[in-house]
Write a protein that binds this ligand. Structure first.
Ligand SMILES: [Zn+2]
Length: 376
């Protein structure tokens, strides 16, 4: 039995003080004020482990993530990427684009985070991330693609609604699919009990994903061909709908800056990030970890920091990274909270993240199903 005491405890919803978390058989057995501790973490905050809703374990965060895919040892690189998340306190990741369904069978057990996976994202022939192997077109084609993924045991369906920055020949401001195909995919996903999330970089793509009944929308940027234009009316529609916006927040210090087309749009993206919060949109963080040097695996704490810098209350950012993310990922019956019966995926950080969100970057200890994780 493990009994962890910390000065502060963030249970996924609220901050508490001077609690002891009792862990038995990998799960939280009790949260109490008066049990003797076997581990006293002192002036630390114990949190429910963080959840990154959008990562790519197959991408190595280098300068040529697509080229590197072809090199031997991809599964081993993905295992290493997964371990980096866990070492940073990210105890659950949702992989929104791998190749050959590798993320479903890394077999890391407690040596990695819990991995939820979409398999290869569904995209048009030669569309965004076609090189991951998920091309499908037409209503029947996308339905078959969803059925194949459901049969493989994926946890979520990922669909490329618009083009993307990393794929030559595709364009972030242009649609890839018609509304009928998006609706067919959403319908088929829901028939299999799966959530569906859409990659959308332009307002029309966001609007279509919303209309098609997608459960969440990744990026939700407002790219135009040359610039950026926030659609505040659309943000109000997102806030009124039962949809989660997955904010692509988080950049670690890197000698290699983001690509110029992204750099030019950062001010606009931050305006959108502020508008989402002001409108009361349901949000989580999906860092897109792995896609380039500023996005190493385990970058989520920087995403939390970015949102606080943009005016988000730290408690809302912590909720978005734990209980709200667990709900979005459909694992909220066992993840995202420190409460009896929940998995003992825990992160202890020095200090108080409510007053200093950078505390998330200083993990003192990470527990995965109650087992202490040592840094790689
Ligand atoms: Zn992505």
């Amino acid at each position: 039995m493990l009994a962890l005491r910390a000065r502060r405890l963030f249970d996924g919803r609220e901050m508490h003080h001077d609690r002891v978390v009792i862990v038995e058989n990998g799960r939280v057995a009790d949260v109490t004020g008066d049990a003797p501790a076997t581990v006293d973490l002192g002036d630390a905050t114990l949190l429910s482990g963080l959840i990154d809703c959008h990562v790519h374990l197959a991408f190595d965060a280098g300068l040529d993530v697509v080229g590197t895919l072809e090199q031997p040892g991809l599964a081993d690189r993905m295992r290493s990427a997964a371990r980096q998340h866990l070492a940073a306190g990210v105890t659950t990741v949702r992989d929104l684009g791998d190749r050959d369904y590798l993320a479903l069978r890394l077999d890391l057990g407690l040596d990695g985070p819990e991995i939820l996976s979409a398999g290869p994202p569904i995209t048009t022939p030669k569309g965004h991330c076609w090189f991951l192997g998920g091309a499908a077109a037409g209503e029947q084609g996308v339905r078959e693609a969803v059925r194949e993924r459901a049969a493989r045991g994926v946890h979520v369906i990922k669909m490329m609604v618009t083009g993307g920055e990393m794929t030559a020949g595709t364009h972030s401001h242009l649609l890839q699919y018609g509304l009928a195909e998006l609706k067919a995919a959403a319908d088929e996903a829901h028939a299999h009990g799966l959530p569906i999330t859409g990659h959308a970089h332009c307002a029309e793509g966001i609007s279509h994903a919303l209309e098609a009944g997608f459960d969440s929308i990744e990026h939700c940027s407002f790219f135009t061909e040359d610039s950026f234009e926030v659609d505040y009316g659309l943000i109000a529609r997102l806030a009124a709908a039962d949809v989660v916006v997955s904010l692509t927040a988080g950049m670690a210090p890197s000698p290699v800056p983001p690509p110029p087309r992204i750099q030019q749009r950062i001010a606009g993206m931050m305006a959108a990030v502020q508008a989402f919060y002001a409108a009361g949109v349901d949000f989580v963080i999906g860092t897109d970890a792995g896609i380039g040097p500023p996005k190493p695996h385990g970058v989520l704490p920087y995403g939390a920091e970015m949102l606080v810098e943009q005016g988000y209350a730290a408690i809302d950012v912590l909720r978005a990274s734990t209980s709200v993310a667990a709900r979005a990922c459909r694992v909220d019956e066992r993840k995202g909270m420190i409460a009896p019966g929940f998995d003992a995926d825990l992160l202890a950080v020095a200090g108080d993240p409510l007053t200093d969100i950078t505390a998330l970057r200083r993990p003192l200890a990470v527990y995965r199903m109650g087992r202490l994780v040592t840094a790689p």
